[in-house]
Write a protein that binds this ligand. Structure first.
Ligand code: S3P
Length: 440
């Protein structure tokens, strides 16, 4: 991937207008996976046409699934049934996408063929033992590097996996989903217990495809008894992409933004709760349910923010939004403290260190801790040159900070914005951010 894309943001301005951000990344991945395993034809609308979701789509094409599109967010998947995937000719390259790799490792562990999963530099450095260890307990054979990272060499164990009753050491929807997918091919009932609620799109979508998955408290259960029936999926806008506008409008005086058709699954709305605790003015309008997922329009207007201690129970519910929430904290009066978020250190970058480094360059008092950050906000913020470290959410977060800096910000290494939100620069510019993209 090219490292040469740079965003330069002129300071000040505000965000005003109405927009619809692209489709939810988590749901887009799952729509391809489950649609491929279904019997019949699944039509997806609102699919996220970004590198991560396209990596999943390509992987299933490589396993013999006929998929039409994407075209304007529409994808047609000719499902091959639960046992219809074919051996891929080459390694499946999953780019930057942790969700693709972790979910696929579970799905492929019980297939009648071998496979290899590879990724880019960032993905090749991310921990995979969190999935390969419990999968090994089920009888899977997956080799990692000595460091427990990709490439993953999977020897398919069709008919040989057995269910486990597993309590996850960390709150991870990727681990939970990986084990549920493996459980669809295991003898007995697979039970996965989470230490705190994590996004439940896999469970909801499985139910939509008529595959039995049950829940008892914090435990999700699945077995090999069942098949998936094709369905139509309308993917709502990604609240993780909407978050840049929620924060941008909250920190820039005069802002007034409406975000249409945003997924507000309660396992994803921590960003709204945290911003409201800080004093943000966010209205949730026209709440409705679309294909088993709650959706709403979000209306946000500027409101002065105050620093808070972020309640730990909200951490997994906002796990992808902390980079931009740190920007909100830098603009909020007083101290904001985050703890219990050590998972941020193993995302596409070490999001605690990388954000603290960048905020420091802008003159913000941001102290990283092993599991969070302490930010003294509300003082004037300077400009400067910051590194995204190839992490899409870092690049977009520092771009949004430009609404409140006193000098231009240059964000280096922004090509990775294409992994989740290729339209970012056009949409923020249309609403008022003075962003220039060079090196494309
Ligand atoms: C995701 C789960 C989260 C999140 C990631 C997408 C998913 O990861 O950070 O962007 O689609 O299941 P963890 O489950 O590892 O926290």
């Amino acid at each position: 991937m090219s490292k040469s894309i740079t965003f330069t943001i002129q300071p000040g301005g505000k965000l005003c207008g109405e927009t619809r951000v692209p489709g939810d990344k988590s749901m887009s991945h799952r729509s391809i996976m489950l649609g491929s395993l279904a019997e019949g034809v699944t039509h997806v609308t609102g699919f996220l046409e970004a590198e991560d979701a396209l990596a999943t789509l390509q992987a299933f094409r490589d396993m013999g699934v006929e998929i039409e599109g994407p075209s304007n967010g529409c994808v047609t998947i000719h499902g091959v049934g639960k046992h219809g995937l074919k051996e891929p000719k080459n390694a499946l390259y999953l780019g930057n996408s942790g969700t693709s790799m972790r979910l696929l490792s579970g799905l492929l562990a019980g297939q009648p063929f071998n496979s290899v999963l590879t990724g880019d530099k960032s993905l090749s450095g991310r921990p995979m033992k969190r999935v390969t260890d419990p999968l090994a307990k089920m009888g899977a054979d997956i080799k990692t590097t000595e460091q427990g990272t990709a490439p993953l060499q999977i020897t398919g164990k069709a008919g040989q996996l057995t269910a486990i009753d597993y309590t996850m050491p960390m709150a991870s929807a990727q681990v939970k989903s990986c084990l549920l997918l493996a459980g669809m091919y295991a003898q007995g009932e697979t039970r996965v217990t989470e230490p705190a609620p994590t996004r439940d799109h896999t469970e909801r979508m499985l139910a939509g495809f008529a595959y039995p998955v049950t829940r008892e408290g914090s435990t999700a259960m699945i077995s090999a008894e069942g098949s998936l029936k094709a369905m139509d999926i309308d993917v709502p806008s990604d609240i993780s992409s909407a978050a840049f506008f929620l924060v941008g409008a909250s920190i820039a005086p005069g802002s007034d933004v409406t975000l249409k058709h945003v997924g507000i699954n309660p396992t994803r709305t921590g960003v709204i709760d945290i911003l409201r605790l800080m004093g943000a003015n966010i209205e949730v309008l026209n709440e409705r349910e679309v294909g088993g997922e709650p959706v709403a329009d979000l209306h946000v207007v500027y409101s002065p923010l105050t620093g808070i201690d972020i309640p730990e129970h909200l951490v997994p519910l906002a796990i992808d939004e902390f980079p931009v929430l740190f920007v909100a904290a830098a603009c909020a009066q007083g101290q904001t403290r985050l703890s219990g978020a050590e998972e941020l250190r193993v995302k596409e970058s070490d999001r605690i260190q990388v954000m603290a480094d960048g905020l420091l360059i802008l003159g913000v008092d941001a102290q990283p801790t092993p599991d969070g950050m302490v930010i003294q906000g509300g003082k004037p913020i300077g400009g400067g040159v910051v590194e995204s470290h190839g992490d899409h959410r870092i690049a977009m977060s520092f771009s949004i900070a430009g609404l409140r800096t006193q000098a231009p910000i240059t964000v280096l290494d922004c090509a990775n914005v294409n992994t989740s939100f290729p339209e970012f620069k056009d949409l923020v510019k249309a609403l008022g951010l003075d962003l220039v993209c060079t090196g494309a």
